[in-house]
Ligand binder design. Sequence first.
Ligand code: KG4
Ligand code: ZN
Length: 389
Amino acid sequence: MPDAYILGIESSCDETAAAVVRSSEQLISNVVASQIATHQPFGGVVPELASREHLRAIVPVVRQALAEANQTYDSVDAIAVTQGPGLAGALLVGISYAKALAFALDKPLLAVNHLEGHIHAVLLEERQKGNHELQFPVLALVVSGGHTHLYLAAQKSEGWTYENIGHTRDDAAGEAFDKVAKLLGLGYPGGPIIDRLAPHGDPSAVKFPPAQIKHRDRRDHRGKDPSEYKEVETDQPRFDFSYSGIKTAVLRYVEVHEMQASIEIRRKALAKIPKPKLEDYLANCDRRTLDLVASFQRTIVEDLVGKTLAAARACDVASLFVTGGVAANNELRATFERQGAQDGVPVYFPSRPLSTDNAAMIAAAAYPKFLAKDFAAMDFSAEAGLVLR
Ligand code: KG4
Ligand code: ZN
């Protein structure tokens, strides 16, 4: 197989990222410009601001990724970019720049699904470690701020195929982390903060009812093209998730225990500290808040691990991938490792930098498309709701 140096570009949400990856097996450079500081005062990603920040960052980030890889615009073999899913305006910045580069340099252009990227982050790092013996079929849990998806992934001669056997009916797991952190005055993004605070509370202090999946799927996962209806029509049993109920349960708990005034004090105190450290968070959290945070995380982790392992058993998979921003969570990793080992299923995670959004995963996922000459037409566009299959 020919070697290829692929420049990856990712701008689907709040990170502007570029990377150079060789042949899906060697990460050569990986640059991520985070917009956390921009969105922090709003407690979540503001789409307009995200597009503006991508416009500011895209050129220097790509230049840095090339420089760190000792590559030039001319020396790379192809340009890969995230097509979707994500924020349309944010995606368009990366796509427009990738198209301009591919056109000016006369290089192949590759369009990559962001979710496929998260799955290939695991494959890239396993190959880089020298592990070429991964056992298939693979079940991949992609768990991030926008997604909680289970895919059966298979390698076919012409590339990869994915079958969705579960997704969230409402909020994604990362979204629940972010909303609960905001609700408790802890700031944004919530996942990393809750991850660090949870070990300081009692995870059995607050009992949350298990996620109830009664209502119809409130998110329309289907595109306008009838062929895209495929994702919801599968022969496999479904393993869906739901995380809006626990967010409401946390809100109820806060109201019943009259925590609002102390939350406001915490929010103001933390807002004054430019980059709060763990000690700052702890100094501003009472026992009840720490117990609530620990119990919330435990409930989400047990639900994610329980459903994913049930799906792994039902589908008789040989390996499990856990990827996406929430895969950086310490308790989630430890629980998956422990319970996966009990079930005899090896569990693979990306390193933490490749768990959250990055462009190395986009460049890695693009390589099979490069080999198959599955190039994107110059008129392809961003697809905010792009389905993976
Ligand atoms: O994959 P990602 O960077 O962006 C999306 O595609 O959404 O994931 C971001 C999400 C955010 O919701 C963030 O709070 C969550 O991942 N996250 C975490 C951790 N690090 C990031 N959640 C729990 N524990 C973490 N350590
Ligand atoms: Zn992501």
